[in-house]
Design a protein around this ligand. Structure first.
Ligand code: SAM
Ligand code: SF4
Length: 465
């Protein structure tokens, strides 16, 4: 399909193109790959490419079963929750899929001031959120100093003693010095999607603006990690190119970061292209990804990169989200708005970046998760304890992360139930917490969690290991 032209490009396009055409594995080979995956050592891109080629029901079901097993083994039943907060929708880029692109003259452009950011944050805090993803368009309206102030405004917002405890950031790529400055703002993960790894198609979808420089974007995580940002999140906007190509290239990207920095990405995001105001290609998706293909994609990423979080947004419908939780998703947004000021400014619901498939409130999402036996988690323990980057991976690999995440998840869930949930949800939530504690084998872990839950019940807050 395409060839790299510049020197600072680490992707081997010949290899990717070859792997895209991998043959379907026979039953024996399929079982070999899935057995390897069950050992939690991940997969090579060659093996993932073979899995991408399977198309019969029986093989897909085996894949989904393996993914569910791996997911459960590493993450247990915890599901981390967060909300996006859009600071502004001015943009000088022209990404053909996005409602914020410069050429779209039909939306009202808005940049939140610091009071408005605090108000939006307070609305999220009142719902019970503890983790925020801060986003904006790319424009002179949003110099780094603005983002730094916005981060401070989010952290400073407070409602009845409750605060946001972790801010992840998804802004346009920076250079190394600016990433060094961003790091001082105490952020969690820096996230940026390549959108598509296919350089030719990338050019088509990003005709003008700074974002049209494919290589600058491709190397963004190298610059971020060089600047000392420990946790980075990569992703693809599925629908822009052949999904097999994207999964293989994304895995190569992750492997390159691991080679170069000794640590791969902390998270992978898997957005699918959704209808956006004034965007023709978002109405007629160039490379549609069916639900079945999407299940496969998530399962393959889960078993190929078992220790990397997978983030699913409210772009997806309730039904598919519920299903994908089982196969590999470990973090989800809930109660989201993709408009700046969408949580607090009246009349600002229309200037959205794209449409959502899940319109439920945080409370409804939590109630559904509880019914399915998941632990809705607001834990921010790892990054506040310095378990980030390599340290996180060192802990995650021997399975220890489950030992931190599960207790922290349970305790943060208990906090949510006491502070924000109505009576019925509180009751069923604590029943779930009790039954999970009951089934813990280790008496010492059981005791330790019970002690923390009781401390939360008696009014202590923000307890974490
Ligand atoms: N403006 C920055 C950038 O592009 O990197 C920050 C992130 S942008 C606000 C968030 C992400 O939204 C983009 O990276 C893109 O993948 C996604 N997005 C844009 N239009 C979309 C659409 N129509 N459907 C789904 N996701 C979309
Ligand atoms: Fe701007 Fe980001 Fe939208 Fe592209 S995806 S138009 S850079 S906000």
């Amino acid at each position: 399909m395409m060839t790299a032209t510049t020197t600072d490009n680490f992707l081997d396009y010949e290899k990717i193109n070859k792997l895209v055409n991998s043959a379907r594995p026979d039953k024996k080979r399929l079982l070999e790959i899935l057995t390897k995956a069950e050992k939690l050592n991940g997969l090579s891109t060659e093996e993932a490419a073979q899995l991408l080629a399977i198309d019969d029901r029986e093989s897909i079901n085996l894949l989904l079963k393996t993914a569910a097993k791996v997911k459960n083994e590493i993450y247990g039943k915890r599901m981390v929750l967060f909300a996006p907060l859009y600071a502004g929708n001015h943009c000088t880029n022209n990404c053909l899929y996005c409602g914020f692109r410069a050429a779209n003259k039909d939306i009202h452009r808005i940049k939140l001031n610091m009071d408005q950011i605090r108000e939006d944050t307070e609305s999220l805090i009142r719902e019970g959120h503890k983790r925020v993803l801060l986003l904006s368009g790319e424009s002179g309206h949003y110099p780094l100093s603005y983002t730094m102030d916005a981060i401070e405004a989010v952290y400073s917002a407070e409602v009845n003693g409750a605060k946001i405890r972790r801010i992840n950031v998804e802004i346009a790529p920076l250079d190394v010095d600016d990433f060094k400055t961003l790091k001082t703002a105490n952020i969690g993960t820096y996230t940026c999607f390549q959108e598509t790894y296919d350089p030719e198609l990338y050019k088509v979808y990003h005709p003008t603006g700074k974002k049209s420089d494919y290589n600058y974007r491709l190397n963004v995580m190298h610059r971020a990690m060089e600047a000392g940002i420990d946790d980075v999140g990569i992703g693809v906007l599925f629908g822009l190119a052949d999904h097999k190509y994207e999964v293989i290239a994304l895995m190569e990207h992750a492997a390159e970061l691991e080679r170069h920095f000794g640590c791969g990405p902390h998270t992978v995001s898997v957005p699918r292209l959704e209808p956006a105001p004034g965007s023709a290609i978002s109405q007629e998706v160039p490379f549609p990804v069916s639900d079945d293909e999407f299940r496969k994609i998530i399962s393959i990423i889960r078993i190929a990169m078992p220790y990397t979080g997978i983030i699913l947004s409210t772009r997806e419908s309730v039904e598919i989200r519920n299903e994908l939780f089982e196969y590999g998703v470990s973090q989800v947004s809930a109660g989201s708005r993709t408009t700046p000021g969408g949580y607090s400014l009246s009349g600002e619901k229309e200037n959205k970046q794209f449409s959502l498939g899940d319109h439920r409130s945080l409370e409804e999402v939590i109630s559904n998760l509880t019914d399915s036996g998941f632990i809705p988690s607001f834990c921010t323990g790892c990054y506040r304890k310095g378990r980030v980057g390599n340290d996180f991976m060192d802990l995650a690999k021997p399975g220890l992360i489950k030992k931190f995440c599960m207790p922290n998840g349970l305790v943060s869930y208990g906090e949510y139930l006491l502070d924000f949930a109505p009576g019925e949800l509180r009751e069923k939530g604590f029943k779930l917490i009790e039954s999970i504690i009951e089934n813990i084998e280790s008496e010492s872990v059981k005791e330790m969690i019970l002690k923390s839950v009781n401390e939360v019940k008696s009014g202590k807050r923000d307890i974490y290991l």
